[in-house]
Write a protein that binds this ligand. Sequence first.
Ligand code: PMV
Length: 326
Amino acid sequence: MPIPSKAIAIAHPNIAFIKYWGNRDDSLRLPSNASISMNLDGLETRTSVEFVQSLEADELILNGAAAVGPALDRVVQFLAMVRRIAGIKTFARVESSSNFPVGVGLASSASAFAALALAAVKAAGLALSELELSRLARRGSGSACRSVPGGFVEWEAGRGDGDSLAHSIAPPDHWDLVDCIALISSEHKTTGSTQGNRLAGSSPLQSARVADAPRRLQLCRTAILERDMDGLAKIAELDSNLLHAVMMTSDPPLYYWQPATLAVMQFVRSLRQNGLLVFSTVDAGPNVHVITRQGEAGRVAGMLRGFPGVQDVLVASVGGPAKLID
Ligand code: PMV
């Protein structure tokens, strides 16, 4: 077994302004369209991977408890890929924990697979570039490829497995955006994004969403590079609504919004109409990501905390890349 056989990595989740939904190839996680996101500082998954000669199978401890079933299977499949690349047969012990609440509909698979990819590759003795690592993380969870580079990140759809990967378009200090995440309770267990992605093609609206994606990506990229809050607000809210229109019209339909989700979205819109630089975007869950500038974040978070249906508010500025820790 190569040295070192153990490594620890941390990665941040990300919030997409132009969303990924639907695959050209489900098993390779080749997306139907490119996407753009921002990493979330302060929220992180920390993962250690140790290849141990005496193990007879891979082991996974997730947030302090031994994982079994689909969560373990997904990690085992990912490690098998790393073993194939490294030419090793040793099983691994993986311990992973996130510092943000789990089970509240906040996708943790992006930070989880970005951290797992980095730690597993290092522990297996492989030297991969950031782009190669991003491409590998994509196989664990699509949006994980965007948590490998830092700051504002674009995932190119690519022509195939070789070039579907993410790169940074601007570093974290490029723009002082803050995500105030309004946590809204969901009494129903939601459909996970892997399963949801498979349903995208069943919506008659998905082809229109995908066909218009290059235009939205261009507007989003330009708004970020020019630090144009109005431009970003407009395109990100449109993109989020297109995503949910596809979800609600797929077969079976997916309703991720709760009544409070829509109420917060409308509140954010009214704040913007009254001159506050703020907009909202929603992923595959009921929580509303409310994006604003650093100077307004305290005020925005305070208003959201008092809003009916909002259980808590997490505040995250722009995060860096996945990184190894000693
Ligand atoms: O990477 P996944 O399978 O967790 O899918 C992420 C899908 C969305 O969060 C809804 C959109 C996105 O681009 O992050």
